[in-house]
Design a protein around this ligand. Sequence first.
Ligand SMILES: Nc1ncnc2c1ncn2[C@@H]1O[C@H](COP(=O)(O)OP(=O)(O)OP(=O)(O)O)[C@@H](O)[C@H]1O
Ligand SMILES: [Mg+2]
Length: 242
Amino acid sequence: MNSTKYVSFYNSKGGVGKTLLNGVFAYYLKTIKGFKVAVVDCDHPQYTLYRRRTHEIKKEPPAEQEKIKFQTLQGTGILFSSGGERSYDVFKCPIEEVETLKSVLNKTSYDIVFFDVTGTLNLEGINKIIGMVNYFIIPTSTDIEEIDSSVRIYMTLKKAQKGKDDTIRILFNKAKKVSRVKNVSFQKELEKMNFRFLQNYCYEYEAIRDEYRSTLELKTTRDDKNASFHLIMEELLELLNL
Ligand SMILES: Nc1ncnc2c1ncn2[C@@H]1O[C@H](COP(=O)(O)OP(=O)(O)OP(=O)(O)O)[C@@H](O)[C@H]1O
Ligand SMILES: [Mg+2]
């Protein structure tokens, strides 16, 4: 039986940290926890993770380039780069090819597959992703408009899962430590209305831009700067039952 967990940090809102979080947790779960992990990059038209990987491949020694370079999956419009032992695998997949990808993934033995999806999907596209992904983490800031849109996407996902939301969570990202009290009170109000949250916040880190962009090598040692990644990873594993 294929027991792969399909996960997406997803929101219809742009710039909330979808790509960053999908990439960081894919990398951490592979390199710290030893899971077999892939990221499906459906982020048309940017395909950020795919593009980053292609840039990084060029900087590698030739023998390594051979191992990680992108190759077309025969007969499809899907591209694949293996991360080998050092990082997660990447699939570049246009949304129209998601069904094909699903049958490809059914024959693999990944423990976890992350989907990085553009926020501006039409309904048909959203339904394709919902048909594929089991766990949705909705990153949001505490900005009231952003929360409003995150709550709406939560309800859309919940409805699509026939009213079940045990695999949906909201995550405060780019949280400011100084406004922790405000965040907690927002969260409490929303929890009273039955919205579910990850209990750890991902704080705003200046260093993220420089230190968390690579698809091949990220900082993993736990320190003050990235403590929330480690806490969220543990919470995520609990949610995924892994
Ligand atoms: N916790 C954080 N602390 C600091 N910067 C962050 C944090 N999370 C994300 N960012 C930064 O915010 C910006 C937007 O993040 P990202 O590109 O991951 O968002 P996105 O939701 O994928 O956006 P898009 O909708 O354009 O695909 C990036 O520059 C990223 O490095
Ligand atoms: Mg993105």
